[in-house]
Design a protein around this ligand. Sequence first.
Ligand code: UTP
Length: 288
Amino acid sequence: MKVRKAVIPAAGLGTRMLPASKAVPKEMLPLIDKPVIQFIVEEAVAAGIEEILIITNRGKSVMEDHFDRSPELEARLTASGKDTVLRDMVAISKMANIQYIRQQETKGLGHAVYCAKSFVGDDPFAVLYGDDIVMGPSATGELCQVYQRFGKGVLGVKQVPMEHLSRYSSLKTEMIEERLFSVSDMIEKPKPGEEMSNYAILGRCILPPEIFDILQNTPPGAGGEIQLTDAMKVLARSVGMMAFDYTGTHYDMGNRLGVISAAIEYGLTHPELGENLSRYIKEVAGRL
Ligand code: UTP
């Protein structure tokens, strides 16, 4: 079955990016000239996703404005003959059918995904965490292909240094082929000694609709939040899940180094900036 829907949880408080994220949602922080959320929507669209639900929160309606038409701006761009910019601005509002729902209380990623229950219905769906960017081929597209092959939930994973696993999750994996694993268990934010492998879920997954019944009965876990990993663990232990080490590079937009690294990476491939930025980086490196 083809995956046509995606959910982007973007209702977190973004405490690691304060003060930048105090009044501006961290999903709207720009990487040079494009907000984080647009990179994520573009990845979903590149995977063939047609309908997207963004989970928002108070103070985050600026994301809705970003994907809406902007008649005044468009009229000005038309009048001044800025046709290319105009075309790009209109294209943003036509990328996909985007809907929004508010998570009224910040009770965790699992709770945020549960807010998508009626949007998802009986379909499999992709989850793209709103503060994770993947540069390169669409990670969601790669996971969708694995879903189509096996018909099971698929986790986007990367190897993480053991000492950093306590910030992420850890999966019990068995390699099927290069980059592809079956998953029979997992743990969120493992304490030292609890790790199952150094593979962690990084920002992307495909889930079957059965996850909602599990989420409904998932108690708060690590950090007192309803953890999506705890619900996925139930799936992994019962019917099993798959994991795919996607080929793109992952950047965590919830922390400062992640934002800078992603901006540099994007800037180096930017048609107008790339060359000058590369020259500047070499100059700075020479001074270090
Ligand atoms: P994080 O825990 O990384 O985001 O959640 P956060 O809570 O905003 O970050 P910090 O730690 O306070 O800086 C992963 C994703 O889940 C979303 C976040 O927006 C982020 O995209 N999320 C998290 C929700 O939508 N709702 C929640 O209740 C929690």
